[in-house]
Design a protein around this ligand. Structure first.
Ligand code: ADP
Ligand SMILES: N[C@@H](CCOP(=O)(O)O)C(=O)O
Length: 327
């Protein structure tokens, strides 16, 4: 369960008093997620224009996020500005809620915090070709939708970041699996000598896993968790999304129907250039290595008492081997 910081009802009530959202009705820590602390929050809703037909305020739901771990406070204006922009573009992206003074970024229980629009739907748990196609379509629309957004953030989890993570994990990688040190070293060497392709770049989501896509009635109702968003090659985002969707939780390939549907869904909205198409296999290897390394780092460094389910690094070792064999 990803609740690193406990929020008391008293502190939350005082926090909500800055907004026009009524009073606190209920709060609940959210089990899913690994990066930040998230709560479902229900309030009585703003009493705009008097009470509702039943003589009561309509209840309103929000997400409360407290930023932890990898999120750099200096990046929060970028993340919140990006989600506000995408929501404004009509994409199903949760908008940050400003308080009465117009400030979205706050402090709560000593952490940076934000009240965020609640989107309906449930995270994708069963990947089908139809959902993979919808995810590809949504990713391409995100890439088009970020045009006009002036914020930027470098990708801190590119090659230099992978090298740092590998160095930090080094002595303990073999405790996860005896084959990991060689796999990581070999792939880092390959990535180092593979020149980055000169292909279209922009702001990417960089973590569009099935659990970050909400579905309602078979349609995408939400794209969430933009806290790895950064400037990088658009095809790298497609490579990440492929690595996330085309394999199951154990890292076994789901098969061509899912993988092809994802790529087709993307290309139907934003066709790939020939150079992007040629770069994709190498970018997929890089994507698998990136998540292998962050998961390995977390596997080794998650504090024993943390309410979080660690994610298996070996599921990305299997993806990496798949992509190595295919490229
Ligand atoms: N705006 C939102 N609307 C509805 N549910 C949300 C929203 N944001 C997050 N959630 C829920 O919270 C869970 C964890 O959020 P996520 O952003 O993935 O956390 P983390 O950043 O810790 O990985 C999601 O799986 C989803 O169930
Ligand atoms: N998607 C990453 C971890 C980040 O977790 P998220 O819940 O924020 O998507 C992984 O699977 O390793």
């Amino acid at each position: 369960m990803a609740v690193y910081t406990k929020v008391s009802a008293e502190a939350l009530s005082a926090f909500l008093a800055r907004y026009d959202v009524g009073e606190l009705v209920s709060m609940k820590g959210i089990a899913e997620g690994v990066e930040n602390s998230n709560y479902f929050v229900e309030t009585t809703g703003a009493a705009v224009g008097g009470l509702g037909p039943a003589g009561e305020h309509s209840r309103t739901r929000f997400i409360l996020t407290l930023y932890e771990k990898r999120v750099d406070i200096a990046d929060l204006p970028f993340f919140l500005g990006l989600t506000a922009h995408l929501s404004h573009q009509g994409l199903p992206v949760p908008a940050p809620i400003p308080d009465r003074d117009g400030a979205a970024l706050q402090q709560l229980e000593g952490r940076p915090a934000c009240l965020i629009e609640f989107l309906p739907g449930v995270s994708v748990s069963e990947v089908t070709p139809a959902l993979a196609r919808a995810a590809g379509d949504a990713l391409a629309r995100l890439h088009l939708g970020v045009e006009g957004f002036s914020g930027t953030r470098p990708n801190t989890l590119g090659l230099a970041g992978w090298e740092e993570l590998a160095y930090a994990c080094k002595a303990q990688l073999s405790a996860i699996d005896p084959a990991l040190p060689a796999l990581v070293a070999e792939e880092l060497a390959w990535q180092r000598q593979t020149l980055p392709a000169d292909i279209p770049a922009g702001i990417i989501h960089a973590d569009l896993f099935p659990d970050n896509v909400l579905i309602q009635g078979g349609e995408i109702s939400g794209l969430i968790d933009f806290y790895f968003a950064c400037h990088d090659r658009l095809a790298y985002d497609l490579a990440i999304t492929h690595a996330a969707w085309a394999f199951d939780d154990d890292g076994l390939y789901r098969g061509d129907p899912v993988a092809e549907a994802l790529l087709e869904g993307y290309r139907n909205v934003r066709p790939l250039t020939a150079a992007e198409h040629a770069a994709l296999p190498g970018l997929q290897r890089g994507a698998a290595l990136r998540f292998l390394l962050t998961r390995a780092y977390d596997w080794i460094n998650t504090p024993p008492g943390a309410m979080v389910t660690r994610k298996d690094p070996m599921a990305f070792a299997r993806r990496l081997r798949h992509y190595q064999l295919a490229s």
